[in-house]
Every structure is written in structure tokens, then in C-alpha cells.
Write a protein that binds this ligand. Structure first.
Ligand code: GUN
Length: 315
């Protein structure tokens, strides 16, 4: 039987609607959450992401502003921008779009963001809160993965979860959320021995490696829930054929654009998995929805309001 496709667009739009109604309720007490996005230079992928973040803010009623310093900015100049946003009361969330140019010390910049405004959840204080199960701000993509699992009624407690990839942005925080949700968690990476065998233990398999279609059917336990975090642009014909030979719709897009967007999971996995997130339309839309949720959460957190427990955290 083919896997059930988990619709990230639908789940993201439910979350945005919930956020919009919270924003409306806050407006009644004179509070409007505000998000500032710093986009350095002209990275085309970053420009697309940031446009989506600003547009989504408008839709849910969050005040947003975009700051676009040039590529040549120094660490000190960028630090000054962050410090100014830390000080401004109408700004609840600060997001510094990555990657930053090579002359900028990214770690220093992320450390400078006030942890209470750190809607990306990248500051070590928030990383520490997550690992010690204290209320804080959780990275958007991992939080979105947990929302997909919960809202699709995928069991987490006691399940074997395997996370492939150990990045600070996705792999590690996702593993931590799954641990906090009482799964039995294994984290794999490029040096893992017998990767397919380890992955096949997963009732939940999260692929966050950044390699197009690397997770083939022999990595997947029959019936498993497979979460594909990959966003890879395939331009090579042979690679395209390995993934999509015979897929007329993909073929048409590939011919007209010269590329296609592929996750880390090979399409053949749909024949083995029980549930599967598609690319596009799976985890991606959740990242922005959770940024909206984090901005509202930051606005409440900073005003000392009671913070509801987040998915994946214990109350
Ligand atoms: N670049 C790619 N993904 C992200 C993200 O989640 N947050 C930030 N700040 N930059 C990114």
C-alpha cells in the first residue's frame, strides 16, 4: 500500500489561523507582536525565504520589518543593528537570515540576539532551555516536525525515532524534542556504520541530511512515518532520472525550469512507508508557520504572560 501523504500546507494553514486569532486577541489588550528580519546582501534563496516570512507576518497580523544591509557589512556593524533591535520595545522577534557573508562572525551575531527575542531558537540559552525542558523558544523547523506528527496523530511515546543529520538548526533540536516527547532516539550522521540498518529501526525516520533522494527504500521500516526535511535543487539529468524516471509531471517541470526541488527521501519510499511528508509541501511550510507562532510566544514571554507548553516540551 502506498504511504499516506502528510499535507504540510494544510497543517501550516491551520497553525497560521490559530496564530491570527491569538494576534487578534492580543490586539484587544493593545499588544501587536512585531518581527524584525535582517537579510544581509542578495542571496536569491534567502530573499525568497524572507519574502515568505514578511508576507506571512502580514497575513496573521504581526507587525514586521525587514532590514537589508549590504554584503560588505562587518561583524561590528551587524552587532549594532541587533543591539538596536534588542532595545526596541515594539520588536518581539529578531531573525538574522543565514547564511551570513564569510567576513561576519555568525556565532557572535547569534549570541548577541536577546534570548527572549530569539524566534529562531538558535541562542545557546534557548538551546539549554530545550535540553533541560524549560519554557523557551524552539527552532522553527524542528517545532514544525513535531506539529506534523502530533496533528497527524502519529504516536511518539515509546516509539523508535531515528534522526539522520546532526545540525544545530534541525537534527539536534529535533532529536531533543523527540526525547522530550518520550521517544527512543538515535541520531545518525555521515560516519554512522550501517546507516540503512540503523534507519530501518525507526518507527519515525527524520531525514535532514541535505542530499537529494539519499534515503531509499532499503533505509525504511515498512509502515514507518518518514519526515523529509531536505530541500535540494536537482539540475543533473542522470540524477533526475534516478529519482523521477517515468514521472510525467516532474519531467515537464524539469524541462521548462531546468531543475526540480527534491527532498532527502527517494520517491520510491512511498511504496514502503506508512506516512510520508512530500517535498515540496511537507515540512517547508511549517517552518514559517512556526516562526509566526514563536513571534507570538516571544511577545507573551517578554511580557511575563503564562506560556502554554509547546509541542514536544513537557508542561
Ligand atoms: N536559513 C535557512 N533556514 C533558516 C532558518 O530557519 N533561520 C534562519 N535565520 N536562517 C535560515
Amino acid at each position: 500500500m502506498a504511504a499516506t501523504i502528510l499535507d504540510g500546507l494544510k497543517i501550516a494553514s491551520e497553525i497560521r489561523a490559530e496564530v491570527a486569532s491569538e494576534v487578534k486577541a492580543m490586539a484587544a489588550s493593545g499588544i501587536r507582536p512585531g518581527l524584525a528580519v535582517i537579510l544581509v546582501g542578495h542571496n536569491p534563496a534567502s530573499e525568497i525565504y524572507v519574502r515568505g516570512k514578511v508576507k506571512s507576518s502580514e497575513e496573521v497580523g504581526i507587525y514586521s520589518e525587514q532590514i537589508t544591509p549590504p554584503d560588505s557589512i562587518s561583524t561590528e556593524e551587524l552587532l549594532a543593528l541587533v543591539t538596536d533591535l534588542n532595545r526596541r520595545d515594539e520588536i518581539d522577534g529578531i531573525l538574522v537570515q543565514l547564511p551570513l557573508p564569510s567576513q561576519v562572525d555568525s556565532k557572535k551575531i547569534l549570541m548577541a540576539v536577546d534570548p527572549r527575542k530569539d524566534v529562531d531558537g538558535f541562542h545557546p540559552v534557548n538551546v539549554g532551555f530545550l535540553s533541560t525542558q524549560r519554557p523557551g523558544l524552539v527552532p522553527c523547523t524542528p517545532a514544525g516536525i513535531i506539529e506534523i506528527l502530533k496533528r497527524s496523530a502519529v504516536p511518539i511515546v515509546g516509539q523508535e525515532a531515528v534522526v539522520v543529520g546532526r545540525s544545530d538548526i534541525v537534527g539536534k533540536p529535533t532529536a531533543m524534542l523527540l526525547i522530550n516527547g518520550n521517544a527512543t532516539v538515535t541520531v545518525c550522521h555521515s560516519k554512522t556504520h550501517d546507516l540503512p540498518g540503523v534507519c530501518r529501526r525507526g518507527d519515525i525516520l527524520v531525514a535532514a541530511i541535505g542530499r537529494a533522494g539519499m534515503i531509499t527504500r532499503d533505509f525504511v521500516k515498512p509502515g514507518a512515518t518518514v519526515i523529509d526535511v531536505g530541500m535540494n535543487k536537482v539540475t543533473d539529468r542522470a540524477e533526475f532520472d534516478r529519482l523521477f524516471a517515468g514521472n510525467a509531471k516532474r519531467e515537464e517541470g524539469f524541462r521548462s525550469k531546468g531543475s526540480t526541488l527534491v527532498g532527502d527521501v527517494h520517491p520510491e519510499v512511498a511504496a514502503v512507508a506508512g506516512r510520508l511528508t512530500p517535498v515540496p509541501g511537507g515540512v517547508g511550510p511549517l517552518t514559517i508557520a512556526m516562526l509566526m507562532a514563536n513571534t507570538v510566544r516571544a511577545a507573551k514571554l517578554r511580557r511575563g504572560a503564562g506560556i502554554p507548553a509547546f509541542a514536544g516540551e513537557r508542561a
